[in-house]
Design a protein around this ligand. Structure first.
Ligand code: CUA
Length: 318
């Protein structure tokens, strides 16, 4: 169940710092607003019918010091908590601080924005996935954000700061979750027709569960040799599917479109446009443009027989 007010329901140290800064600045501003508007109201009521000016007070050092010191303390306080926040969320690799060019050695996950889906590459395990990011809890993962085409913005309100994915320029964020759960992420920068359906989920597991997910994900489903599924596998290579998608253990190796190696164990299709189910997969293949108009997946005008075969094959990709 996604959080209704995710910004107030942080699940990582970074998101907690952002919430704390927001709430503190909100209360400080509210207090100043209340004092100023309260004084204005008092003056309006108390002096509205008086003929003469109220008593004027010139050259009071005490009062001058008070109204200079007050705002200075408030500004220093806000600056201090802002600097603390910046230090907490800053995920630049250490080489940057030394003025060296960054290497990818410190990166745990590479995330690339595409129109309109997210590619997820795990540095250590070599796993490639799409629109679903599995992480272990309690570990600070350095994410390198890139874009394949236009500017996107990676945002998981409960976990992290928002960060743009820019073509030709890499950005870094920490991805970390305090407790297991599913955290909704979105593209937060208008990037074309299907910007609204460029969603993803971060799924945080206990370290032991993450290890078993990783093991499962590194295995590749055997290519079916009999029945509908085998016909579907053949069709997948014969049609142009394999010119955009990759499936580990087959000749399909392109990364223009989402990697389908474990498609059937994903929770959603088409970057969150519909839930994953064999029925929805069939509807999607029958006419992707009806579900996500403008997306890069064409309508292949497949026959019912071909649709059944492809769905039977893709369902084996677990
Ligand atoms: Cu990608 Cu908006």
């Amino acid at each position: 169940m996604p959080s209704t007010f995710p910004v107030f329901d942080p699940a990582s140290p970074q998101a907690e710092s952002i919430r704390d800064l927001f709430v503190q600045v909100l209360f400080i501003s509210a207090a100043i607003f209340a004092i100023v508007s309260g004084l204005i109201c008092i003056a309006l009521v108390k002096f509205r019918e008086s003929e003469t000016l109220p008593a004027q007070d010139f050259g009071s050092h005490k009062k001058e010091i008070a109204w200079i010191l007050g705002p200075v303390i408030v500004v220093i306080w806000i600056a201090a908590i802002s600097i603390k926040l910046v230090l907490t969320v800053n995920a630049l690799p250490p080489q940057y601080a030394k003025g060296e060019s960054a290497s990818d050695n410190d990166v745990d996950i590479f995330i690339t924005g595409h129109q309109w889906w997210w590619e997820v590459d795990y540095a250590d395990s070599g796993i490639v996935s799409a629109n679903e990011i599995h992480i272990p809890t309690g570990k600070k993962l350095r994410v390198k954000l890139q874009s394949h085409d236009v500017i996107h913005s990676f945002w998981v309100p409960q976990l992290s700061r928002k960060m743009d994915a820019i073509p030709g320029h890499s950005n870094y964020i920490w991805l970390e979750a305090n407790s297991p759960g599913v955290y909704q992420g979105r593209c937060a920068e208008y990037c074309g027709t299907q910007h609204a359906w460029m969603n993803f989920q971060v799924i945080a597991h206990d370290p032991a569960d993450f290890a078993s997910w990783q093991q499962k994900e590194q295995k590749v489903a055997p290519t079916p040799t009999t029945g509908q599924a085998a016909a579907g596998a053949e069709l997948f290579m014969k049609l142009t599917c394999s010119q955009c998608h990759a499936i580990e253990g087959t000749d399909a190796k392109e990364d223009f479109a989402p990697n389908l190696t474990h498609l059937a164990s994903r929770r959603e299709l088409a970057a969150g446009a519909i839930a994953y189910s064999p029925e929805n997969l069939r509807t999607w293949l029958a006419n992707p443009q009806a579900i996500k108009p403008g997306c890069k997946m064409p309508n292949f005008k497949l026959s019912d027989e071909h649709l059944d075969q492809l769905v039977a094959y893709l369902e084996t990709l677990r």
